[in-house]
Design a protein. Sequence first.
Length: 204
Amino acid sequence: MNFSSKLIEGAVQAFATLPGIGRKTALRLVLHLVNKPVEVSEQFAEAILSMRQNIKSCDVCGNLADEPVCGICSDTRRDQGLVCVVESIRDVMAIEDTLQFRGLYHVLGGVISPLEGIGPNDLNIDALVRRAESGSIRELIMAISPTIEGETTIFYLSKLLRGKPVQISTIARGVAFGGELEYADELTLGRSIVTRIPYKMQED
């Protein structure tokens, strides 16, 4: 792809670094901005820069936040004793889209995966244990993708939390084994949350 402008080429290369954006799509986005008033590009750039400079990780759950505590954790209308444990921030968004859950969340930041070098110490687990020990939580819903790594993570957490004053449940298996939670349709995901089941560890 040849460019008559180094400025256009640089902008296309920047857009093309985004996931799911190829060079043709990047060029289309750049040309769209070129054909708009300069104020549009300024607002776009300012929004991205402000987001990157000011976004925080919630001190309570690990979700994205504008303040030290995110809007979900600080919402007193939500069930403070019910916490949904998820792998990623995208999973929070997927579950919120179902409109079926009115509790809180805890974002682990991934799952235990020895092949990828991810162990318990790499995840947001210590904070989850502290929340479970606080006595303010009655149930933890393990809404983790039904993969081998996900099942390993659920087993590890359940063993770690044994004896703590919380009930542990998992989402119903309307979500196919081996699938990613964020790609489940809203109806299936919503029903899986509502029809959750107590978690029972299988030990030798």
